[in-house]
Design a protein around this ligand. Structure first.
Ligand code: FO1
Length: 311
């Protein structure tokens, strides 16, 4: 394949698909546009979880079982922090800390998040382009029955327990797409644009809330294929299914297809969800990603669906 491939991704599930794609597509032809709505400042440090999860995953440094953070991590910092009474609800490993310290220092020096990402990717010999959705601050705020919670407070501190009433992305409406993101989506050699099986409402929506990205997707001539995050009528892990239930949305691929209406041309649906009539082209496959082979299989199925659309 000589073409280019774009994937919109957030969270752990998204990183799995990107890893699968990176085994099939020459890395230089792969661009990931990553959610930054989960980003927050913690202990004075700029944390970008979905970018870091992708950096770790594509460089082979990820803690695969946990999904986020580094493998073989040490926790001296957290131990010392706890002794001093510092906030310890958000686990920062010693190795992980280097990313946050360097990123914070460089952001304060005026470097853009996308430049910092590109330098980290290069340092870890990641060939794929890792682009934040925007270089400007966008914050996912979850409105719950306990009030508004910044994303990490909902996801980690409260373990997704509060009932969700709404989700919003502060700053998204005026945020410009990161340099290169729109051009990547609209590039004439793009063969497929994939939406990873990330949480549509928490991890993909912030990306789609950046006006230039949504309009680029609407204008793109390349096929846009979403991988369903639902497996057998429920979500694999994380709060997707609980969130959908709380938002009164039926937990099904059809709901996700409707959510992406007008943006996607097709959806890869899990074989356990049977044949679903979504009004768009679908392909059925085992989309559960446990092993590396699974990740490659799902990526291959999604690319095959895009190829079918190109005819
Ligand atoms: N998730 C947790 O459930 N607990 C944590 O303590 C935690 C720390 C953490 C540190 C760095 C990082 O990049 C991610 C981290 N995550 C943690 C995961 C993170 O909350 C999620 O991966 C995304 O924000 C949503 O997918």
């Amino acid at each position: 394949m000589s073409g280019k491939f774009i994937v919109l991704t957030g969270g752990v599930g998204g990183a799995k698909l990107v890893l699968g794609l990176s085994q099939l597509v020459p890395p230089k032809q792969l661009t990931a546009i990553v959610n930054t709505g989960d980003d927050f400042e913690h202990l004075g440090l700029a944390i970008s979880p979905d970018i870091d999860t992708l950096l770790y995953t594509l460089s082979g440094k990820a803690n695969a079982e946990q999904g986020w953070g580094r493998a073989a991590e040490s926790w001296a910092f957290m131990t010392a922090l706890r002794e001093l009474g510092g906030e310890d609800w958000f686990q920062l490993g010693d190795g992980d800390l280097a990313l946050h310290v360097l990123r914070t220092m460089r952001l304060r020096a005026g470097d853009s998040l996308s430049k910092i990402c590109a330098d980290f990717a290069r340092a870890w010999e990641i060939g794929a382009a890792i682009l934040p959705m925007s270089d400007e601050r966008v914050a996912t705020i979850v409105t719950t029955d306990e009030g508004d919670l910044p994303f990490q407070h909902y996801f980690v501190a409260r373990r997704c327990e509060p009932k969700v009433r709404a989700v919003r992305f502060e700053g998204a409406a005026t945020a410009k797409a990161a340099l290169g993101a729109v051009d990547a989506i609209l590039h004439p050699e793009v063969e497929a644009i994939l939406i990873a099986p990330s949480n549509p409402y928490l991890s993909v929506d912030p990306i789609l809330a950046v006006p230039e990205i949504r309009s680029a997707l609407e204008r793109a001539t390349a096929p846009v294929v979403a991988v369903s995050p639902i497996v057998g009528g429920k979500a694999v892990k994380g709060p997707t299914a609980k969130l959908m239930a709380e938002l009164g949305i039926e937990i099904s691929p059809a709901s996700v297809a409707a959510h992406y209406e007008g943006l996607i041309d097709a959806m890869l649906v899990d074989i356990r969800d049977g044949q679903v009539a979504l009004g768009i082209k679908t392909r059925s496959a085992d989309t559960l990603m446990v092993t590396l082979e699974d990740r490659v299989r799902v990526a291959a199925e999604a690319l095959a669906l895009a190829r079918d659309l190109r005819g």
